[in-house]
Write a protein that binds this ligand. Structure first.
Ligand SMILES: *Cc1c(COP(=O)(O)O)cnc(C)c1O
Length: 404
């Protein structure tokens, strides 16, 4: 007997991630479209005044306004929640909207937050500039140093924030170990999972309480739209903190962008695995190449947290590669200018391979001391490995290195 054709088959726990990515969250309209419908609408109408009253007093669950909820946004949220193993997903306008909301919704003056030092630079700003304005104390620790986490978390804290692998020097943090220490200090752990994606790493299963995403990166995967998401299984965090914060401050995603992200999820697994394969091939080719002081890639045996990365990231190193050029900034600039295929861009997670010099672009705002503490040397080049043939990427970097 045919099931209700307006619904996607009910997701079952037996579905593998690739099936979930294509099938979950779909609710067809009476038009029976194949692809997910795009509900580009800000509001919704009611058949009569009492229906509107019932929608607002909560006796009817329905869409009332797209700042609160939207059917297209719900497809993206349901699909990403299934992948991350989360009961709750709230989509946002950008990754930074997600990070800011995930933190601000749970802190108040007098609270203490502990975070890893190596951070996406806007996350660093939110933690070190924004939160202290409201009387929140923030302490940064070297993320790979468990003794430093233990010391920082020997005092109570409300929240711990980290990303792994960390941007741009690609250190890998021990998520279960940090979660244990954080929970003993009474803190909720927020993990930025933008670099690993749920294909490689599911922080909630590793002990984290909240996951944040820049969907702009691998979830879109083709450099088109900004978007973000916050995921959790902590109903109290959502009901008391996150949901009222999002509904009343309005960092919601556009339904158009949510539609692009939902479609992006359909190919995420294939793309990320292919990009990881190319990244490993590229990292191997760069290791020991003339002019290259070090290659930092979690998939290489030479990476200081290689074993941890393999255990925590499904045996893969991710699709970001960092290389430290012996000739410092002049060598890094000559390398970037010598690339013919790979574009110079501060973005990442695109189908197109991209390269940047963090010290003079993304992380320019940091002092030289802070850059050094985060492993951002003058010769550091960050590569976001895309979907081109790995042989063409290796040829491009090899040619560029010859000009250094
Ligand atoms: C890009 C990025 C962000 C910010 O995301 P936007 O979508 O650009 O706002 C946050 N964290 C990490 C790790 C990122 O790479």
């Amino acid at each position: 007997m045919a099931s209700d054709p307006t619904r996607s088959p009910t997701p079952t726990p037996a579905w593998h991630p690739r099936t979930t990515m294509v099938r979950s969250g779909l609710e067809r309209s009476p038009n029976m479209e194949t692809a997910e419908a795009l509900y580009l609408t800000s509001g919704f109408v009611y058949p009569d005044a009492d229906a509107a009253r019932r929608a607002f007093d909560g006796s009817d669950s329905r869409f009332v306004y797209s700042r609160f909820r939207n059917p297209t946004n719900a497809v993206f949220e349901t699909r990403l929640a299934a992948l991350e193993g989360a009961a709750i997903c709230r989509a946002t306008a950008s990754g930074m909207a997600a990070v800011t909301a995930a933190l601000l919704c749970q802190v108040k003056a007098g609270d203490r937050v502990v975070a890893a030092r190596s951070l996406f630079v806007s996350c660093h700003w939110v933690l070190t500039e924004l939160l202290p304005r409201f009387g929140v104390t923030v302490e940064l620790v070297p993320g790979t140093d468990l003794a430093a986490w233990r010391t920082a978390l020997s005092q109570p804290a409300v929240c711990v924030f980290l990303e792994s692998p960390a941007n741009p020097a690609l250190e890998v943090l021990d998520i279960p170990a940090v979660c244990d220490l954080a929970h003993a200090a009474g803190a909720r752990v927020v993990v930025d999972n933008a670099f690993a994606t749920p294909v490689l790493q599911r922080p909630l299963a590793l002990g984290a309480d909240v996951v944040v995403h820049s969907a702009t990166k691998y979830i879109d995967g083709q450099g088109r739209c900004l978007g973000g998401a916050i995921l959790t299984n902590d109903a109290a965090y959502d009901e008391e903190g996150l949901l009222p914060f999002l509904r009343n401050t309005g960092p919601c995603i556009s339904p158009f962008n949510a539609w692009v992200m939902a479609k992006g999820l359909e190919t995420l697994d294939l793309r990320v695995r292919a990009q990881c394969d190319s990244a490993l091939a590229l990292a191997r080719a760069l290791q020991g190449a003339p002019g290259v002081r070090a290659v930092r890639y979690p998939g290489l045996e030479s990476h200081p947290q290689h074993a941890l990365a393999m255990a925590q990231m499904d045996g893969r190193g991710g699709a970001m590669v960092a290389l430290d050029l012996a000739g410092g900034q002049p060598a890094a600039f000559r390398f970037l200018d010598g690339l013919g295929l790979i574009d110079i861009s501060n973005n990442l997670g695109d189908a197109k391979s991209l390269a940047c010099h963090p010290a003079t672009t993304t992380h320019q705002r940091l002092s030289v001391e802070e850059q050094a503490a985060q492993g951002i040397t003058p010769g550091l080049v960050r590569l976001s490995v895309g979907l081109e043939d790995a042989r063409d990427l290796i040829a491009d970097v090899t040619r560029a290195l010859e000009g250094v």
